[in-house]
Design a protein around this ligand. Structure first.
Ligand code: ARG
Length: 262
């Protein structure tokens, strides 16, 4: 009996040792991390995460014959999760940047955007970056808007302006009474104000009217070195971009987001 028990115990330890190295990755599944407060790319519709990015990763999962698992997490944790392999893919309107590309591999770009500012409709003085000097600015934590405003505070451009971080651009915009402005990506900003009588959005420009930041491009993030997955993502994207499907999804999900006020 004792011998039997110790054999069982040894067997159990062996299995758990294997699980420790192998069980974390289930090859039949494709795990995607996103942050679902970013319409039309990802938002909650009828209690479900939907949007352009979700359609893209659905197509990737179908291409690979894998089951898609979508997790809604804080935006600033996505690249780290993809980098560690906890997630296979990050699909969250992620702007392709050199610093992020050190952590993850990016697909070909599938959308482009620019920085927009959201203010109250009653605000008739905020026109350019100059008018954000010394103001309270809301952003989604860890985004390119966060990095841009942070840089402009650090280099003195925005005087004593402050940043208030939020979990999503929509949550920031909902707190406009405590802020002077919210900065976020174009389409998301336009959708936030689309159903609002009290908010408006426009491009974030310098005093001379030129854009305050460079045009940004979205890419799908893949764990570094996972060439097979990156190739599959690019193959799927090439087709979806060329045949106009991505554009169609942008329209379709912008309409859906407006319907539910996402
Ligand atoms: N494009 C911006 C960035 O990469 C914002 C993305 C926010 N995405 C989201 N799903 N909340 O930083």
């Amino acid at each position: 009996m004792k011998k039997f028990l110790s054999i069982m115990l040894a067997a159990l330890m062996l299995v758990s040792a294997f699980c420790f190295v192998g069980c974390g990755k289930d090859d039949s599944k494709l795990t995607v991390y996103t942050e679902a407060g970013f319409a039309p790319y990802e938002f909650i519709y009828n209690g479900e995460v939907v949007g352009v990015d979700i359609e893209i990763v659905k197509a990737v999962a179908a291409e690979l014959g894998k089951e898609l698992i979508v997790k809604d997490v804080a935006f600033d944790t996505i690249c780290t999760a993809v980098s560690s392999g906890k997630a296979d893919i990050g699909a969250a309107g992620i702007t392709i940047r050199a610093d992020r590309a050190e952590q993850v591999d990016f697909s070909i770009p599938y959308s482009s955007t620019e920085q927009y500012v959201i203010v109250k409709t009653s605000d008739t003085t905020t026109k350019s970056l100059d008018d954000l000097k010394d103001k309270k600015i809301g952003i989604q934590q860890g985004t390119t808007s966060d990095m841009l405003i942070d840089g402009l505070i650090k280099d003195g451009t925005l005087g004593s302006a402050t940043i208030t971080p939020y979990t999503s651009p929509a949550v920031a915009a909902a707190s406009i009474d405590k802020l002077d402005a919210v900065v976020t990506d174009k389409l998301t900003a336009q959708l936030i104000v689309a159903n609002s009588d009290t908010l408006k959005a426009f491009p974030l420009v310098k005093a001379d009217g030129t854009p305050a930041a460079e045009v940004e491009e979205y890419g799908i993030a893949v764990t570094k070195g996972n060439k097979e997955l990156l190739d599959a993502v690019n193959k799927v994207l090439e087709k979806l971009i060329a045949d106009g499907t991505v554009d169609k999804w942008v329209e379709e999900y912008s309409a859906k987001a407006q319907e539910v006020g996402a």
